[in-house]
Design a protein around this ligand. Structure first.
Ligand code: ATP
Length: 275
């Protein structure tokens, strides 16, 4: 199985049954070539999206510590034109953010028409870390699934293409990555005791994520569970999913731009005649 696209509310996922490694048939060199081609395609699609201003794109990246959210942004989003992309990292809410509803800070960063917004962590932290660390009472975090579904439906009805990715790594891979951070001088700044502490809650996070997938997967805002132990494969899967979601819009965007082009030409002709 290449990629798991969960778009049915209520469909249960058992994370331990979802692979974290690439399928045996996946070939690294072929993946690199496909990834480069997808990068070009995404750049072109983004140009149409930007000009047509009929849609926008929201990419939500979630995953355990070291799952590779930043790496995915660097590689996949790196192929886009920065003109139309904003990246937001959601950390512990500030006082002002806490004094609003949990979606307030997120809605502010939703993409404008023609643009991409990338979320490094997101409103899902409010049903993940908030649940696992008992930051809010259970009835409160439970009520949030419905709010999240409604919020994403609202975005979608306003033309936002919502794509949610869970970067799925194994416990062993995470251990290797945490140890590697200590070894590598350029990465040591990222070390935090909290990351090792969080590993004690591995099973709690697994349950919390499984509930997220069951309760917030919809046709309009599907979850993609991405095998992420191998970075090259993770990047390929995310790029593929983004391209697949955008491709069906290409003709409509192009038609809008052709229409605008015709209007502009007519205006220019009229202007020349008057001279
Ligand atoms: P990365 O996100 O790349 O792993 P990091 O952990 O260093 O990097 P920070 O910006 O320092 O990133 O903070 C992220 C932290 O904020 C995480 O521990 C996350 O659980 C926490 N966080 C994010 N959203 C919330 C929230 N709504 N409530 C409580 N904590 C949150």
């Amino acid at each position: 199985m290449d990629i798991i696209r969960n778009d049915k509310q209520g469909a249960k996922v058992k994370l331990e049954r979802i692979p974290t490694t690439p399928p045996k048939k996946a070939d690294k060199d072929a993946a690199k070539a496909e990834f480069d081609a997808l990068g070009e395609e995404l750049f072109d699609l983004q140009d149409l999206l930007w000009g047509a201003k009929m849609n926008s794109v929201l990419i939500v990246l979630q995953g355990r510590d070291t799952a590779g959210k930043d790496g995915t942004i660097k590689h996949v989003v790196g192929s886009l034109n920065p003109r139309g992309v904003s990246v937001t990292s959601f950390g512990v809410p500030s006082t002002e953010e806490r004094e609003h509803d949990f979606l307030w800070r997120v809605h502010l960063k939703a993409p404008r028409q023609g643009e991409f917004s990338i979320f490094n962590r997101s409103h899902y932290e409010d049903v993940l870390v908030a649940r696992v660390n008992h930051l809010v009472p259970e009835p409160l975090w439970r009520s949030r699934y419905q709010h999240i579904r409604d919020f994403e439906t609202l975005l979608s009805e306003h033309g936002t293409i919502v794509l949610k990715f869970f970067l799925h790594i194994s416990q062993e891979e995470q251990e290797q990555r945490l140890l590697a951070r200590e070894e590598e001088p350029r990465k040591a700044w990222k070390i935090a005791a909290g990351d090792w502490e969080d590993r004690k809650h591995w099973a709690d996070y697994t349950r919390a994520y499984e509930d997220v997938f069951a309760r917030t997967s919809t046709q309009r805002a599907p979850w993609h569970l991405v095998p992420s132990d191998a970075k090259w494969y993770r990047n390929l899967v995310v790029a593929r999913a983004v391209a697949e979601a955008l491709r069906p819009h290409r003709d409509a965007w192009q038609a809008r731009l052709d229409e605008v082009g015709k209007q502009k030409k007519a205006e220019l002709r009229a202007w020349r005649k008057k001279r």
